[in-house]
Write a protein that binds this ligand. Structure first.
Ligand SMILES: [Zn+2]
Length: 72
């Protein structure tokens, strides 16, 4: 299980990015911009949880630490 967070700050392309807080990421947002998503087997569970909580937002996996969930 890995811990995931989502960045409260929107990316330039309109996405909100999910990062893996267990493996870490060079592009991890600042602590005050991280919203906890809890522990998931993989990024798809974390992205699904974030989408369920924020159905109107564009949510995407980080290219660097959640590449399997990166779509745009
Ligand atoms: Zn990342």
């Amino acid at each position: 299980m890995h811990r995931f967070i989502i960045n409260k700050q929107q990316q330039n392309n309109g996405d909100f990015e999910v990062h893996n807080a267990t493996t870490g990421c060079s592009f991890m947002p600042q602590l005050q911009n991280q919203v906890e998503l809890g522990f998931h087997d993989d990024c798809s569970g974390a992205v699904a949880k974030a989408k369920a909580a924020n159905p109107t937002l564009r949510i995407n996996g980080c290219y660097y630490c959640c590449r399997a969930c990166h779509t745009s």
